[in-house]
Design a protein around this ligand. Structure first.
Ligand code: GLC
Length: 616
């Protein structure tokens, strides 16, 4: 290993050679600018040379072990640094807790510099090379990533490449009328062009930030702002933008980041008369990014944030010969899961899982129940329509259900960006609150609490059964509830996503050892699931996975098979005790949770209960 590291330039050259022709081809196709391409290549080398020895060693190892992240030992957790532990040093001091959670992948939510009053949760970056003061410094980040690596924890961060904050140096110069910087954004001195875009471009935040353009009164220009008015869209038609953003990406990768989450990636290319989503140039850019990563820092993974309808998501994996992202969020499965919660009908979820299970096994999905964002009801309405469920009325039902108004629901939460024109709305809340833990706690109803906790664990157990990487949303491991205090903060009050972005309650976390408490029950229940997942090889990503017909509309059955081992998961999504009418006669089975021996024939499952049955 040492000798190889010493031969550093040779390694770089061979990596560059592997990708050079394709990279150049794509770059010239996009920009037709060979001097900018030469500049890019020079900089790749500089970033490679600056990469530290530990990271280079890890790169070499990972290059030889392509599937390092596709095993059954990965478990993620995502959190805001300030909510979790105040600042970066605080996180470093809490690594023991993360180890207790068996987490080996942490997603540090946006921590780069951002104006506190116009931050969109940190997604409006004003300096890609500076950490928010209250969270620490780049030195603290270096120290945190090194400490994580010592414990075998991978670090993920957001790379917000679609836009910058209006306080970014480029935006400030553009405001002053500097043409060089104006060309890094989309500026219009007339209303016609923005109006033409608006005809075909949907809105991301129809209530909190309507429209896709912002009028700059003093300057007399419109600027494109797909998200909030203070988030200015970058113009990737300008090669300077592409190059500089790649340098930022590599700078951050060199801080010891293992997983780069490419924020809002479908939006990065704009074209008049299109939806400005998922355009083919987006794929070219991601492909170039993948190659750039493989040349400079092949140990890192690209995680695409593609919150789109299913057929738009998988193309971001690219092809076997020309891969793009290493990992994507399993967003449709997540939304369909909550649909199943509200309807107690697993039909659509089964169909969705069948689709995912039929995809190539190299496609690695991140599975999750909740994250920092709202739940958008991106479901397969074509199929639901056949059952007589209209899109608008069904969304209304789902929102009413989770608000706690309809369908004998125990959920609590709030709507997000309710659009008065389309009648559309998304939903916010924590897993625990949406499972009824908040309501049961308020009414001090012990039985309801027990059921809600079982529900919460069943959902996690089902999520863990899917192929890919499970990611917990921090606080979910102790059943944290909605936090309504965001309403007192004028910078947050209009954005209900803050309801599930509360600070970690460390007082409650102290109870995890006590199995009589809600926190203890959830934490210990999850711990057991995590142990099972890490020790049973049927959970590797390339195992066979399929759904099982249970002949009960509320019970989902999932099978997994790998090297002669087989496991069956049964999950009851209803508040009634039910029977899974299955008949697996290929041997005796044991429930991995209780140790009970079972014949998987007509299995009785308590309300919101589940089984992990392993063939003996
Ligand atoms: C992503 C983030 C979201 C943010 C948006 C704009 O979708 O997950 O929180 O508002 O990008 O950057």
């Amino acid at each position: 290993m040492k000798k190889q590291v010493l031969d550093a330039e040779e390694i770089f050259q061979s990596r560059l050679e592997r990708h050079h022709d394709e990279l150049r081809w794509l770059y010239m196709e996009m920009y037709d600018n060979s001097s900018m391409f030469a500049e890019l290549c020079d900089n790749l080398k500089q970033f490679y040379l600056k990469r530290n020895k530990e990271l280079k060693i890890s790169d070499l190892k990972r290059e030889q072990d392509h599937g390092w992240y596709q095993q059954n030992d990965m478990l993620g957790m995502m959190f805001y640094i300030d909510n979790f532990a105040g600042n970066m040093k605080g996180v470093e001091a809490k690594l023991d807790y993360l180890e207790k959670c068996k987490v080996n992948y942490v997603h540090l939510m946006p921590f780069l510099d951002t104006p506190p009053d116009r931050s969109d949760g940190g997604y409006a970056v004003s300096d890609f090379r500076k950490v928010q003061k209250k969270l620490g410094s780049m030195k603290d980040l270096d120290s945190l990533t090194a400490a994580c690596h010592k414990k075998g924890i991978n670090v993920c961060m957001d790379f917000v490449m679609n836009h910058t904050s209006e306080d970014h140096e480029w935006a400030k110069k553009a405001r002053q009328g500097d043409g060089e910087y104006m060309s890094r954004y989309f500026f219009f001195d007339n209303e016609e062009e923005p109006a033409m875009y608006e005809k075909t471009v949907p809105q991301v935040f129809p209530t909190t930030a309507p429209g896709n353009f912002t009028w700059l009164e003093e300057e007399g220009y419109y600027v494109m702002t797909t998200f909030y008015p203070y988030q200015w869209d970058l113009n990737y038609k300008n090669p300077r933008v592409f190059n500089e953003m790649m340098y930022n990406f590599l700078y951050l990768a060199n801080r010891g980041i293992d997983i780069i989450r490419i924020d809002a990636v479908p939006y990065i290319w704009k074209e008049l008369n299109t939806s400005c989503r998922n355009l083919k140039q987006v794929h070219t850019i991601v492909r170039m990014m993948r190659m750039i990563g493989e040349i400079v820092c092949p140990g890192i993974l690209l995680l695409g944030e593609v919150v789109m309808e299913p057929e738009k998501v998988t193309p971001y994996f690219g092809t076997v010969e020309k891969p793009e992202c290493h990992m994507l969020y399993n967003v449709t499965t997540m939304a369909t899961t909550w649909h199943t919660v509200a309807t107690r009908d697993v039909k659509l979820l089964k169909k969705q899982l069948d689709i995912v299970n039929s995809l190539p096994k190299e496609y690695i999905f991140l599975n999750y129940l909740r994250c920092h964002d709202d739940i958008g009801w991106g479901l397969d309405y074509g199929t639901l329509m056949l059952e007589g469920m209209g899109e608008r009325s069904h969304k209304q039902y789902l929102n009413d259900y989770f608000l706690g108004f309809a369908g004998e629901s125990n959920s609590r939460g709030e709507l997000y960006n309710a659009d008065p024109v389309t009648g559309d709305a998304r939903f916010c809340g924590t897993t625990a609150s949406m499972c009824g833990i908040e309501k049961a706690g308020e009414s001090k109803d012990k039985e309801a609490m027990e059921r809600a906790v079982r529900f919460d664990l069943m959902l996690h157990a089902y999520m863990f059964m899917q192929s890919g990487i499970p990611v917990l949303y921090s606080g979910d491991e102790i059943g944290q509830l909605n936090d309504y205090t965001y309403k007192d903060d004028p910078n947050k009050a209009a954005d209900s996503r803050y309801i599930h972005r509360g600070a970690m309650n460390w007082k409650l976390a102290e109870k995890i050892k006590d199995a009589d408490t809600t926190e203890g029950k959830i934490f210990q229940g999850l711990s057991r699931l995590e142990e099972i997942r890490k020790s049973e090889k049927v959970f590797v990503s390339n195992a066979d996975a399929w759904t099982i017909e249970t002949w009960d509309q509320s019970i989902l059955g999932i099978g997994r098979y790998f090297e002669d081992e087989k496991i069956i998961g049964l999950f009851n999504f209803s508040e009634y005790d039910k029977t899974a009418w299955i008949n697996e006669t290929d041997g005796g089975y044991v429930d991995l949770i209780s140790g009970e021996e079972l014949r998987p024939v007509d299995v009785k499952i308590p309300a919101y209960g589940f089984y992990y049955l392993k063939r003996k």
